[in-house]
Design a protein around this ligand. Sequence first.
Ligand code: FMN
Length: 436
Amino acid sequence: MADRQMHLGLMLTATGAHFGAWRLPEATPQTSFTLDHYVRIAEVAEGGLLDFVFIADSLGLYPMPDPATAGHMLPISHLEPFTLLSALAATTRNIGLIGSATTTYNQPFQVARIIASLDHISAGRGGWNLITSGNPAEAWNFGFTEHPDHADRYERAGEFADVVTGLWDSWTADAFGYEKASGRYFDPAKMRILNHAGKFFDVRGPLNLARSPQDRPVIAQAGSSDAGRALAARVAEVVFTAQQTLQGAKAFYADMHRRVAEAGRDVSEVRILPGVVPIVGNTDAEAREERRRIDGSFDPMLGIETLSVEFGIDMSVYPLDERLPRDLPASNKAMSRRDLLETEAERDGLTLRQLAGRAASLGHWTVCGSPATIADALQEWFEQGAADGFILMPATQPAGLKNFVDLVIPELQRRKMFRTAYAGKTLRTNLGLSAP
Ligand SMILES: Cc1cc2nc3c(=O)[nH]c(=O)nc-3n(C[C@H](O)[C@H](O)[C@H](O)COP(=O)(O)O)c2cc1C
């Protein structure tokens, strides 16, 4: 029996997951909208045998409350994920391609079709990260004045996911026979009309393209609130999460397994992947120095702005050098990221100023050290029931990814925790998931 293998995905960013990284001397933010830049990053990721690249998304800029700092914030401005992933499908052969698409401002037929198209174009490497939109400003780009409530977003998301998977089941794998002699293109008996009529959607179907090369594209989900977890337990095959501590990650992992089992699914069909920001050096000291260099690129005043965006309230009204208040007003922002930052502040007794300094990696788990130190940390989470693998969010790009691939991947392989060749051609195969 082969050793249990870690799964690793890459969060694809232009200049790195750290908000200040674009200002480092070696960074090339001017290539953020060029294809070549991402082609090179995807090549490195595929060379490192990663399971997939993943592109996060938001349908608009985040609100920038303070005009004085507005132009200094790193807005979520990047290429539309599925357009870019389709281009990367042509330049890669094995690596999976997952993009975020929101259920709040899309229609399920379109999302089902876009992801199924990516799956065909990539010969079975496509995936959908189902999101409900953490950014309230998206409402203004779709004719709404208000972002729907968290609970309403998740209710719609549940029905949305059912319609998408229903549409992906429009055809059996052998429905398109292309029988030239008889002139029959497809077999109508192998077509399923969905006829969905629900609270949010009425969708007849079928989808106008053949069944997915990997049976169904892979579904990922990243909600960590109660509603988010409930939805993930029902529909997600990959669960992204942000966790700060081994203890928290274990609790999340156990809770998800309990919910998956309660939803009548097999836990072996779900991969739980916390995000990690690796900062790799040849030695621990070198990595710490690199972390200081990267952290130095982030203006602390922007940290307060970032916290305001993440908390959904104006954080500049609180005293900078006092502990973060415990009874902050609620907001309609996605909740789990805020919880994470609040937990971090409480745990480490942080003042608002100190928490602002950490906002540059948005509460993700940062692991800094030599290849052995980083491999130790990942191995501990992997073996202690906290993770099936990780979403790598290198602080800098492409250098941070390259260091991980060149230095940490061989260490993980030496420890027999990571593959030395792709298991197969589809994302589903490489993740070790069976057809739903
Ligand atoms: C690895 C990872 C990727 C994510 N990608 C996105 C994204 O592309 N767009 C988005 O709005 N939120 C993204 N999120 C945030 C979640 O979708 C969600 O907004 C957040 O976890 C809060 O979930 P909640 O609404 O259940 O509290 C991501 C989170 C993680 C951990």
